[in-house]
Unconditional design. Structure first.
Length: 248
């Protein structure tokens, strides 16, 4: 039986291989203005896909993650890549060492996202660029026969995270840290088939396990989503926020 970390890696792999996710990563590299020789960090690098892609663009890319298991997987997948153990609020870089900083699906997991953005400021050189990417966990849009229950599920799942609404704060976090030219884009991922079912199942199971809803409610809600997928009537929209800014 797969372990939780193996399940997470499988879910991330499936998501990252989608065309929308590939385009979003490519857009983040554009906003970083990745160039040959540029020292850039991918914070919360996971299994290292973005590090490998930026390295292919010529950057001196470094992946940083808190998980030794993720880093081991990254090193196995991308031999020769530079992957380091580190915390988003205490990065293994000198002041002003980097030209680019990227954090994808990271700040929602931190109790103090502002501390991570302040750390991005510290490690970037003047003119360096920061890019933040992630979903607002309180903004899942799901068509359902149980709209009130859906609202309960979305809010309850969000409230189990340290900073579920960090994405809507990206621009202000960057400005508060001293960055300038802060800009925000929203790229909405839309799912209309059974590929969304694992995401929806994880959403509702977290609420069932946490006691936010009953087992009967969870079963009825997920059965509705499965029936919709079977009839080609499923709809899930997930706004992804992409923010960028420059250190003066």
């Amino acid at each position: 039986m797969p372990t939780p970390i193996e399940e997470l890696i499988a879910l991330l792999d499936a998501h990252d291989a989608k065309p929308d996710a590939t385009r979003l990563r490519a857009r983040s590299y554009e906003l970083l203005d990745v160039a040959p020789g540029m020292p850039v960090a991918d914070v919360g690098c996971g299994t290292g896909r973005a590090v490998a892609e930026m390295a292919a663009l010529g950057a001196r890319a470094v992946g940083v993650d808190l998980s030794e298991k993720m880093l081991a997987m990254a090193r196995d997948r991308f031999a020769g890549g530079d992957f380091r153990l580190g915390d988003a609020t205490a990065l293994p870089f000198r002041d002003g060492e980097l030209g680019g900083y990227r954090a994808d699906k990271v700040l929602h997991a931190l109790p103090e996202p502002a501390a991570a953005v302040a750390e991005a400021w510290r490690v970037l050189s003047p003119g360096g660029r920061a890019v933040l990417c992630g979903q607002d966990w309180d903004a899942f849009v799901v068509d359902s026969a149980h709209p009130e229950l859906t609202r309960t599920i979305v809010h309850a799942r969000a409230d189990r995270l340290p900073s579920p609404r960090a994405a809507r704060r990206y621009r202000n976090l960057l400005l508060d840290a001293g960055f300038r030219d802060a800009a925000v884009e929203v790229h909405t991922a839309v799912f209309t088939d059974e590929e969304a079912l694992p995401v929806l199942a994880n959403l509702v199971e977290a609420c069932r396990t946490g006691g936010d809803i009953t087992g009967e409610e969870a079963d009825a809600w997920l059965a509705d989503q499965r029936e919709r997928a079977a009839r080609d009537r499923l709809f899930l929209a997930l706004p992804m926020v992409l923010a960028s800014a420059v250190k003066p």
